[in-house]
Design a protein around this ligand. Sequence first.
Ligand code: OGA
Ligand code: MN
Length: 230
Amino acid sequence: MKLLLLVIQRIHTPAVYVGHRRCVSSCASNGLSPLRDDALVVGSSRELVQALGSQVQVKTAFITEEEEGAFLKELEPGLKKKRYEFDHWDDAIHGFRETERVSWGAACEDVLNRLRSVAFPAGSTLLGPVHILDLDKKGYIKPHIDSVKFCGSTIAGLSLLSDSIMRLVKEDAPNEWLDLLLPRRSLYILRDEARHKFTHEILKDEDSVFNGHRVPRLRRISVICRNLPS
Ligand code: OGA
Ligand code: MN
């Protein structure tokens, strides 16, 4: 069975926002530059940004250009054989192709070990295959929560080829939200409530504005690791 079908629970209709979004950053907001990691998360209130601070992390430049190249070299041949899927209007993901991989060359395995050691609680059992999601420039991920049946407390993903914006919206209080700027080659980690009580999505190019700054969304490949429920 496709990994995606396993891990994604189709949630609810996407939240609709009316009017102006007031953005509050966890630090004195000075735009995108310099890209301090705490400037990569903004939200509907300072309290929410602070409350979820330890459950939402973005680590800039988690991998080098060479390491990104190593992933692309391993992944591109397999991905190129697949076609982007656009036509299933009710899917959680639009304009994507995907694969999964268990064994990796040394350079990628080194990165994945580094990722596992920073992202997952000691002793967690990880979902064996790593999930690879290749979003077309026109592709995007609609709001969803990963299946609690198949995935545990933590989701961690590398972003290759493009910057993007991940939006988290509280499932039972849609006016509570966070936007995460995911720079190319960064790592993001969602844990606990941020993973269970908030939907997450990757914005489409035309909506890709972070704290008032336009963030062009190109083709993006994510490399996603998950643990199993305990
Ligand atoms: C998913 C998902 C996020 C990403 O596949 O469930 O939310 O970074 N992916 O691609
Ligand atoms: Mn997901």
